[in-house]
Design a protein around this ligand. Sequence first.
Ligand SMILES: [Zn+2]
Ligand SMILES: [Zn+2]
Length: 257
Amino acid sequence: MPIAWRASGWLGALGRAVDALVFPWSCAVCGADGSGGAFCESCRAGLLGRAAAASRLACPRCALPAGPYADLRGGCGDCRGRSLGFEAALALGPYEGGLRELCLRLKRDRDAWLAPWLAGLWAEARGEAFDRLELPADAWIVPVPLHWRRHWQRGYNQADALAHGLSRRLGRRVHTPLRRVRDTRKLAMMSATDRARALRDAFRARPARALKGRAILLVDDVLTTGATCAAAARALKAAGAGRVIVAVIARTGKTGQ
Ligand SMILES: [Zn+2]
Ligand SMILES: [Zn+2]
């Protein structure tokens, strides 16, 4: 496993290059040596296969896995008729197995190197669906920010790292108009209603002429109840943004989890 290179920029890149020479890649999922990248061929194929199967069953509006015979017109049974704050959501796959492990690792700054690889998988698996949404070339890629205190404690924001990875793949630029003005901890312990309440007003976006009508690809690692992305999307729209599409690595199976 690559050792932690905390340096950023060229020094970090040089570190990672030396790292790859001295410590040949081992697969981040199964640990097999000589994978030549973050994932060995078989784990990569597995992740892409599960992503393809999941995308056929996913709700186009909230990305929740739905049954094979579900009626997804206007959303799934869970989101239909409910305002989400964003127009559509695309997840690489469900929050389980290898993808869940990768998301958990991505929260640690020493595993930030996984972000471009996961962004690469996302672009490969969901690129066509993304293209069908016809986001203009001048759309902004916006990471969901952490509260400054949490960012400082964690050392980095995984959503930032994913946003930069997606930016390289999708040819849209990263902008950071959002601020997280409330430290909303322990969301996982709360019910969906309590989450939504805790997240209300958690984000602010500076109104700016450049944001007016701007299409946004809002990036986060995991979509659980959707309350975080909904609050971030509403803050962006309150500041003038247009359509907001959510891109996440993993989607949990049930809201309220
Ligand atoms: Zn593997
Ligand atoms: Zn839905």
